[in-house]
Design a protein around this ligand. Sequence first.
Ligand SMILES: Nc1ncnc2c1ncn2[C@@H]1O[C@H](COP(=O)(O)OP(=O)(O)O)[C@@H](O)[C@H]1O
Ligand SMILES: N[C@@H](CCC(=O)OP(=O)(O)O)C(=O)O
Length: 371
Amino acid sequence: MEGATQFKWQRAVVKVGSALVRGDGAADPQHYVARIAGFIEAALAQGKEIILVSSGSVAAGKDHIAVYHQPTIAEKQAMAAIGQMRMMANWQQYFSRPCAQLLLTYGDLHHRTRYVNIKNTLRELLKHSALPIVNENDTVAVNELKVGDNDNLAAYTAMIAQADTLFILSDIDGLFTADPRRDPGATKIPVVETITPDIHRLAGGAGSSVGTGGMQTKLQAAEKCANSGIQTVIVNGRQDSVFEPLLQGVSPGTLFLAQQSGQSARSQWLKHTLKSQGEVLVDEGAADALLRRGASLLPSGIVDVIGQFHSGDAITVRTAQRVIAKGLANYSAADLSQLKGLRTSQIATVLGYTRGDVAIHRDDLILLTGQ
Ligand SMILES: Nc1ncnc2c1ncn2[C@@H]1O[C@H](COP(=O)(O)OP(=O)(O)O)[C@@H](O)[C@H]1O
Ligand SMILES: N[C@@H](CCC(=O)OP(=O)(O)O)C(=O)O
């Protein structure tokens, strides 16, 4: 196949966009869903493992709530609540194995114990030959608590599940040099080795009224995955001809290569998933110890504490000039405000208790310099 690119895969997240589940008016969307289900069954029969991330709940519930007007947030959430049932039932009819519903929010991915629970649940589901189907929990998530789009949610899912591949099935053949809906001269890019700012500039927004984020969120997802050692393939899920090549490890769309030095799942979780709840300002000596010596952050190096955070929250570590790291605080903001600049031997006397010598343990710290 011309321009095709080979790749190996064993455990994949398959992301199906609303644009696909919803159809294009010209063809019956059930045809697309049936073909994707067939692809998943064929891959499972080859001994591969699949986790599905499916959009489409809002679109599937639309007819009952808001057909003729722009829906409010509450109306969209109600649409999602109705549509999620329909969407799951729709998938289940194509499988004899059980489909398992996982509804996640940004908060769930952000919280350490919930993250571990999601990981364990996925592992058990795969072990028991069920098909996990993930979507955002639209009903409970207001904007600031949402991942916001299922491309990025699929990337987080791939990281949690330690997948090697993310397949993004959309209504377009891959990444083009410009949005083909606006620029008929745009051409497809078969392989992206590194997602540079120039690549990001090629991407436009959603191509349909039901899609969210368009190519921009797909590139964000591919970049997260590449940094975690996961390859991404964007293909047109409306083309029956894409599935056989995918089963044979040939990309008929755009293949984004994984970066070789993929960071650990824990580092990725700290870096991309956890939202910083506050900051500690450190002196140059502490910055040097973190950056050059791989040390833990001690209270003695802290100059100031900004914001309110609890023990266990993610916080940013910075000097007056720059951000240098992100990590899990061993002490709350209130405690660190009392401990800043002090020696570790003074912790118990000042607080009346101790959680250990360090403000942030090295194992709970990820350096952010050069980014
Ligand atoms: N550079 C580009 N290459 C390909 N598609 C692009 C590009 N820029 C924007 N798009 C648009 O992205 C759309 C796919 O994203 P979206 O509508 O969110 O679909 P989905 O529901 O599958 O996530 C395409 O239909 C296309 O119009
Ligand atoms: N959670 C939403 C999907 C949001 C979304 O990202 O949609 P899409 O761009 O079609 O993948 C739903 O199920 O309708």
